[in-house]
Design a protein around this ligand. Structure first.
Ligand code: FES
Ligand SMILES: [Fe+2]
Length: 349
């Protein structure tokens, strides 16, 4: 019987079996079944001048892709030569075309095969297969997303984010320096995500945060691939201007993206699996209002992160116990975690 059977009614449901986190088989399967089907935030449009290579989830999916830009036209291509598989572009550069450094195969910036030395007598050549595969990509503000084989189109996946932030001036979100900060967590990627998905633990784990967020009114909404937690401020000072009440909007986009909007800007967390018990969390910061930085719900993110890591690493030890397999959900507080487990079950089945 499949372990991926989470009751749709949260009041009856049991959590995901600990086997999902402890068995190497499921970690391996999650690559193609979950991550290759999802939209991954790969960088920002600021980074792309002309040719720029990226790797989708390095040390996990390890898919090499290449962004090209010419006269404002953006393409995302497979960065692997269709001859014998060399990586085509190793670092960002400027060029009008792509030439493989192994045997000289050439492509234009849309990925179309152009020429190849010594192939005059090759039968049925070239064909479609000699072009570089186009990889689906999309843009939100300046955030750049790619998907190897998307489960749903970008707009469907991100609809609640786009709709709820219709008031936001995306252009105002500037990158801060340093642009990013990495954390390494000794835990399964899903344990890190499900901790994020409930504010239930705030009064127990985050004393500081508890003082600026009115935990009693903390709200969770779930959509198809997104869940949204809204934190309300205890004073107008710590709130967004659009309603004078909201202190933070925490969007989770399945399977591994957190978009945290605060009155000062946006903090992005990308949860990158490395091993079944090791996860890298990348923080990217985009500031829209420097004067509000360091205040309110998004005040001391580093401290909150370390508090979360400590508790998640403790859970990682606990799920290996012979005496633990599954738990139950608090119906009013753990809808986000239930929704996440249901999506894992749907993708893994
Ligand atoms: S691998 Fe690219 S030309 Fe041979
Ligand atoms: Fe937390």
């Amino acid at each position: 019987m499949s372990i991926f059977d989470i009751h749709p009614d949260i009041s009856q449901a049991e959590t995901l079996s600990s086997e999902f986190y402890t068995d190497e088989k499921y970690f391996r399967e999650s690559k193609e079944k979950i991550f290759a089907r999802s939209w991954q935030l790969i960088g920002t449009t600021d980074e792309i001048d002309n040719l720029k290579p990226f790797t989708i989830l390095e040390s996990f999916l390890d898919e090499p892709v290449l962004f090209t830009k010419q006269e404002g036209n953006l393409n995302c291509l497979s960065n692997v030569c269709t001859h014998r598989g060399k990586i085509l572009v190793e670092e960002a550069c400027k060029a009008n075309g792509i030439r493989c450094g192994y045997h000289g195969r050439r492509f234009d910036l849309s990925g179309k095969f152009l020429s190849m030395p010594e192939f005059e007598n090759v039968a049925n050549f070239p064909t479609e297969k000699d072009n570089l595969t186009n990889i689906p990509f999309d843009i939100l503000g300046k955030l750049l997303f790619v998907s190897i084989n998307p489960f749903a189109n970008f707009n469907e996946s991100f609809a609640p984010v786009i709709e709820r932030l219709s008031w936001l001036d995306w252009k105002k979100l500037q990158s801060s320096k340093p642009l990013s900060r990495d954390y390494f967590v000794n835990a399964h990627w899903a344990l890190y995500c499900e901790n994020y998905l409930e504010g239930f633990h705030i009064p127990f784990v985050h004393q500081g945060l508890n003082e600026v967020i009115d935990y009693g009114t903390y709200a969770t909404e779930v959509f198809r691939f997104v869940s949204l937690q809204t934190g309300f401020a205890d004073t107008g000072e710590n709130a967004f201007a659009f309603d004078g009440k909201t202190a933070a909007l925490y969007f989770f986009v399945f399977p591994n993206l957190m978009l945290n909007f605060y009155p000062w800007g946006l903090s992005v967390n990308i949860v990158k699996p490395l091993q079944k018990d090791l996860t890298k969390v990348v923080y990217l910061t985009f500031i829209s209002d420097e004067t509000k930085l360091g205040t309110g719900a998004g005040g001391d993110l580093h401290r909150v992160e370390l508090e979360d890591q400590t508790v998640v690493e403790s859970v990682q030890k606990g799920i290996n116990s012979r005496f633990y397999d599954k738990g139950r959900y608090a119906p009013e507080k753990e809808q986000g975690t239930h929704h996440f487990h249901r999506l894992i079950a749907e993708f893994m089945n």
